[in-house]
Design a protein around this ligand. Sequence first.
Ligand code: FAD
Length: 540
Amino acid sequence: MPDVVVIGGGPAGSTAATMLARQGWRVTLFERERFPREHIGESLLPASMPVFEELGVLDAIRAAGFLPKSGASMVWGKDRERWSWYFSETNRQYPTSFQVWRPDFDKILLDNARGKGVEVLEGHRVLDVLWEGNRATGVRVAPPGGPELRVPARYVVDASGQSGIIGRARSLRQPDDSFQNLAVYAYYEGAERLPGPDSTNILIESFENGWFWAIPLHTGRMSVGAVVDHRLGQEGIRAAGPDAFLAAQVAATTHTSHMLRTAKMVSGPHVLRDWSYVSTEVSGDGWVLAGDAACFIDPLFSSGVHLALTAGTLAAALVNTALRDPQLAAEARPVYQQLYYQQYSHFRELAKLFYSSNMSIDSYFWEARRRLNAEDGASPRQAFIRAVAGQPPRGYERVVIDRGEAPPEFVAGLAEFNDARSRRAAEFARLVESGALGDARFALAPGALVAASPVLGDMQFERGFVVRTAHRPEGVPLSPAAARLVAALDGTTTVDEAIASLVAGLEEDAARHLARGAATVLQTLYIEGVFEPLAAAAPR
Ligand code: FAD
């Protein structure tokens, strides 16, 4: 009997399976197709590169010859000219990602899982999950040409993508009203690439009915798709057929139609709809969802594969914990859900803002999306700040702010938030430079709270602490030493006294190391607004 059954061999499933096999668990992965199989979603983010390294597939991905992607070129917002931004502006370690051909890319990940000890069974469709009450106990599988199998397992990872076996069976899926779009896409040969340094960028062009992607591939083909309103798209396709509908959308663009003027469609058009949803729960007793099986936003920020990879990693950490310490895993499940939603909300809020800040086009598509954001009950600024986890805007975030036409109060609010962070960073630096840090006293800011909580460690959850603030209700994880430091800083104790109590009894080297770490923790927490402003914690 396997310890873990994984349903689906896409990026989420192969990542979770590989990580779990490396922890020594017996993992069986069922995939209904035989790879290489077709899949949409070619444009990747550099944020995924560390996951490829962790999985041990970066060399194989490089060797496959996929085009390196340096950034994105966009026709969006007030400027109808094409403008570009590059990952190298904000990501020095990984200044490029890839434009992949998914059949080959997904096969590399799945073969790697097999190579790392996962039993991969292709052509095996999972029919449903076996339950004892609310506990998942295995799966029922249809092998090719053979009788059905019942496969018991201690844990089930559902990475079945849009099929969402558990999500649908347990009615966990909620459609996401913010992105009720439809995509019609095709592959072209002979399309002209963008010039110069943009030649391997994704092009995103907004137009009257929605927006287009154009992704150059190393096979010489170009993936081109229109994202339009789902109702208008369905009506248009019903009336004209997908070919004529797509041709009419292309004709309504400036840049995309120029790139395709000598191109020939060689595959498609394909139509996809109803892809945006969220699950009300992403884990339970004996089961966990990862990737599209849990949530899917919208393809605008090319975030799908990245979320699938990070969710696969996170799910593996939860399962690894559950197989070792079921009690801790039960406590860690809400944290898994919180971390999952945090990553998902990041891209969702960004996409909402981006859709709602395209002010230049007056049409049903854009007006409806601007209205939707305006009617959103929660303050968009708060939602956005939560979504970017209090970090200064980078990459797509910065582009949204700089180049979109976000509501002025939103931009002002965000600037105010970032200014406060910069001010606190400068205050802390002054304190260090003047040598006054040791004598300073800090106290937790109003509303900040340290609580015991499972935190994500190395491929497992561990018992630890978080400090929650108004801006970070999900909590900033603290190591046990950091939690002791925060507890010691009660407004009466100086930083030197708190650090001295922390390192008491340690060898000299260890004490020096911990004291240095404590200063860094203090700096991070100060900038995060965990402590009172400096004025209230001035030196004696
Ligand atoms: P999948 O890749 O879908 O893998 C799920 C696997 O489960 C499949 O292989 C399937 O065969 C298998 N399966 C399903 N049911 C069963 C069953 N019953 N038994 C056994 N196996 C089963 N993402 C990007 O990163 N960049 C992009 O440019 C991009 N563009 C997109 C454009 C559009 C229009 C859409 C809709 C999505 C796009 N995405 C993009 C999203 C991306 O395709 C997905 O988010 C990503 O593939 C999710 O990976 P996954 O492993 O969760 O699911």
